[in-house]
Design a binder for this molecule. Structure first.
Ligand SMILES: NC(=O)c1ccc[n+]([C@@H]2O[C@H](COP(=O)([O-])OP(=O)(O)OC[C@H]3O[C@@H](n4cnc5c(N)ncnc54)[C@H](O)[C@@H]3O)[C@@H](O)[C@H]2O)c1
Length: 462
């Protein structure tokens, strides 16, 4: 576990309860425990709670297994299904439950249920308590659904008795611990100054900017961030589609040229700085995961509810929805029809470093390959088994990359796992019937094409 540079450290060891032990709740809980707070994580899934209480991470996230083991062993982190006692024994409760997409709208049922349960617990707690929403929620939710459910169940009011905050989380799966421990900024939407000061104490160890704002601005800040990332990805993919139909063009080369604009990669003290945002300006098979697709959809639904036209954001979603099909059309143009072909797909997670399959472009790729008549075998370093309930019965599962490609005509890279560049490609060549690799993530771009293979990539016109 790397050491993170913190400012003054925490001045006051706080008792924190966190509702929801997904990527956000558990990573936040384990990190806050590591920083010196006493954290209890609550979930309604008993199996999840049992794993955490035993010092294990219930899902794959680099570094999390060790962090949970260490913080549980030190007594700083615990887990329970008993929400009432967890809330009553803490000073502040963070809500980190899911806010999934339901037919293009945000489903706030988990938020409402968690808020009501917290309110119920606060009914018999005489001390002041702060409730902070960490989940991504559309503007107005914290001061609406959350506040109403809390006040109704607690029989108390936001103000003197309950402080209300909206503290969006910006961590990314795959680098979640590092992102949490070294944030760019901490956004604190607060009902009033008291609530904001309690939130400041939670984050006392961090020396990044802490921006205090209204609840609605905090909610908007998170959507602005994700909408921008989605927009950059769709912009890159629209450009990639144009390059793919232009012989001699390559969107990767075009993007390299674009990135050198000093407004995108400034030169500081004679050195070119390459901001992380540039990684979103690359051709890809589209954005996926548990956040960008549902957050763009939620913001679009919010805009419709306000009668505000958002044609740019609509186009962002449309470009993304069409991208998997466009990438497979390109593959068929280059290689020939997939019908009857034996295809091995390497990578299923929505990106490398995670086992999260929610809205994964690689899963969509496998589904559409099957629809086009391919016989598909899949392998992912951490998510193969998790995909079984999601994919149709004709898909086969392999225990390693070589097995997935055994006897295959085409290898397709579905997720840009760094492992692929380390594969024993000569051995794979012997195991395969064909000699074609279609790299739908351009993850082999920096490699020389493996010997005796024909390597096709996206974003170029051949
Ligand atoms: N995953 C990310 O990378 C990420 C990043 C930033 C923000 N977010 C946002 O954070 C929120 C949580 O995301 P996630 O991916 O961690 O979610 P998740 O779906 O992985 O986990 C949510 C957890 O909450 C639990 N839960 C739901 N209702 C509960 C209740 N009433 N009591 C106790 N437990 C309850 C569920 O059992 C589940 O374990 C979402 O709003 C998401 O948009 C996610």
């Amino acid at each position: 576990m790397p050491l993170y540079s913190m400012s003054a450290g925490i001045r006051h060891r706080m008792n924190i309860s966190i509702i929801g032990t997904g990527y956000v709740g558990l990573v936040s809980g384990a990190c806050l425990a590591q920083l010196g707070h006493k954290v209890v994580c609550v979930d309604q899934l008993t199996a999840r709670v049992v794993r955490i209480a035993g010092g294990n991470a219930p899902f794959f996230e680099p570094g999390l297994e060790q962090l949970v083991a260490d913080t549980v062993a030190s007594g700083a982190l615990s887990a329970t299904v008993d929400l009432v006692s967890a809330v009553q024994q803490s000073e502040i409760t963070l809500i980190a439950v899911g806010t999934p997409d339901a037919d293009g709208h945000i489903d706030l049922s988990q938020i409402e249920a968690a808020s009501a349960a917290i309110g119920q617990a606060l009914k018999n707690k005489p001390e002041y308590h702060v409730v902070a929403v960490k989940s991504t929620v559309v503007p107005g939710t914290t001061d609406g659904v959350v506040r109403t459910a809390l006040e109704h169940a607690a029989g108390k009011s936001v103000g003197a008795e309950i402080g209300l905050c909206m503290n969006p989380e910006f961590l990314r799966e795959g680098t979640a611990i590092e992102d949490f421990m070294t944030p760019d900024r901490i956004v604190i939407g607060a009902s009033d100054a008291n609530a904001a000061s309690v939130m400041q104490m939670v984050y006392a160890a961090f020396d990044c900017p802490k921006v205090v704002m209204s609840l609605r601005n905090a909610e908007f800040t998170k959507y602005a961030s994700n909408a921008l990332l989605a927009t950059l990805i769709s912009f890159s993919n629209e450009l990639a589609s144009l390059c793919e139909q232009t012989p001699g063009a390559d969107a990767e080369v075009v993007m390299d040229g674009l990135h050198l604009d000093k407004r995108l990669s400034p030169v500081v003290d004679g050195h070119r700085v390459r901001p992380g945002i540039l990684s979103y300006l690359r051709p890809s098979s589209g954005y996926g995961g548990s956040c960008l697709p549902k957050d763009v959809a939620a913001l679009l639904a919010y805009a419709r509810g306000k009668n505000v036209a958002t044609p740019l954001l609509e186009a962002v979603a449309q470009v993304n929805a069409a991208r998997t099909g466009a990438v497979l059309d390109l593959a068929e143009e280059r290689i020939g029809a997939f019908a009857g072909q034996k295809v091995g797909v390497l990578g299923l997670a929505f990106k490398s470093g995670t086992d999260d399959l929610r809205h994964s472009p690689a899963i969509q790729l496998v589904e559409q390959l099957s629809d086009r008549g391919a016989h598909v075998t899949v392998y992912d370093p951490v998510a193969t088994d998790l995909a079984r309930p999601l994919l149709n019965g004709t898909v086969k599962y392999a225990g390693c990359a070589v097995e997935a490609l055994e006897g295959g005509d085409v290898a397709i890279i579905g997720t840009a796992w760094p492992e692929w560049s380390e594969l024993d490609w000569p051995k794979i060549r012997k195991a395969m019937r064909g000699n074609v690799i279609f790299d739908a993530r351009n993850s082999l771009r920096t490699l020389d094409p493996p010997k005796d293979f024909i390597l096709y990539q996206i974003g170029n016109g051949g």
